[in-house]
Design a protein around this ligand. Structure first.
Ligand SMILES: Nc1nc2c(ncn2[C@@H]2O[C@H](COP(=O)(O)OP(=O)(O)OP(=O)(O)O)[C@@H](O)[C@H]2O)c(=O)[nH]1
Ligand SMILES: [Mg+2]
Length: 276
């Protein structure tokens, strides 16, 4: 996708800095979004990490379908790979991660304190997770991609040093499907995909997973049941009073609302990708 090109310089720099710090750490915590573990897994990161000990964290589990998350955990834990399920919002799974650090810390042979690096694509909750491990706010967080600008070292209890890193996207994302998942979850800059195109894709995606048009009526308190995805946007816009001159619905603004609502779980706990 050509509009991703301007990102490349930034991402190449991030990749180099991760490569450089990797030598100094004994563990990599790879954060994936529980709602789309496939799209939020950056194969380039996995390649850089190589044989270094790694633990996968399926974060934002509070926003995902629990059953599907459990299946993902099973699949990702194959072949001895550690995989934990966390919500950095409600702290679930954080104690398990701390226990893992405590016990793995004893195994690590290091001249000083052991250290780990938190990696992942933008907006999956890396900095929020670091703050939860720390028990207080220390890493900057935010609801859009690119909040962490440079690597930052933070010391947590249990003797570990933690390096929080900026989100890193693959330089090339081939499948439209992966790009749309990343955009829906806020891992891409908003300008990259037009809001209406993305919201329409999301409505279709949820329909394919059994979310009927009646669901939208109930969720947004619409006066009638939409019959098409266009009507979903139209009726939500009308309901919210997102009107332009001439009383036409501002579809762009309405679409942006739908995406935002999905992103923070206001629409419900839906996983976008299932393990195969
Ligand atoms: N519901 C929910 N929201 C979360 C969770 N973890 C993080 N968030 C929210 O997701 C947004 C992004 O969190 P960050 O911690 O800044 O994400 P990041 O991966 O550090 O992002 P970059 O630094 O931009 O790569 C923030 O609005 C957080 O409050 C979680 O487990 N559940
Ligand atoms: Mg961050």
């Amino acid at each position: 996708m050509s509009s991703l090109n301007w990102y490349s310089g930034l991402m190449a720099k991030g990749k180099r800095s991760i490569k450089q710090y990797l030598k100094a750490v004994q563990l990599v915590v790879e954060v994936l979004e529980a709602r789309a573990p496939y799209s939020t897994c950056n194969p380039e990161l996995s390649k850089i990490v190589g044989n270094k000990k790694r633990v996968i964290v399926l974060n934002k589990s509070d926003l995902a379908d629990d059953k599907v998350t459990a299946s993902w955990q099973k699949v990702l834990s194959r072949e001895g790979q550690a995989c934990l399920v966390c919500s950095s919002k409600n702290r679930s799974g954080i104690n398990e991660l701390l226990q893992f650090l405590q016990s793995y810390g004893k195994e690590v042979k290091s001249s000083s304190f052991p250290s780990l690096m938190v990696v992942g694509v933008p907006n999956v909750g890396k900095s929020t997770l670091v703050n939860q491990l720390l028990g207080k706010k220390s890493a900057a967080t935010g609801a859009k991609a690119g909040i962490t600008k440079g690597p930052q070292w933070i010391k947590v209890p249990y003797g570990w040093y933690i390096l929080d890193t900026p989100g890193l996207l693959p330089l090339k994302i081939k499948k439209k499907e992966n790009i749309y998942c990343l955009a829906t979850l806020g891992s891409l800059k908003e300008e990259l995909i037009d809001a209406e195109t993305l919201a329409s894709w999301l409505i279709d995606r949820l329909s394919a997973q059994g979310v009927e048009f009646y669901f939208w009526q109930k969720k947004y308190n619409l006066p009638q049941e939409p019959r098409t995805r266009e009507e979903v946007i139209e009726l939500i816009g009308l309901r919210r009073g997102f009107l332009e001159k001439g009383s036409e619905v501002n579809r762009n603004k309405t679409s942006a609302l739908i995406i935002r609502d999905f992103r923070v779980g206001k629409i419900g706990s839906f996983t976008l990708e299932y393990p195969v």
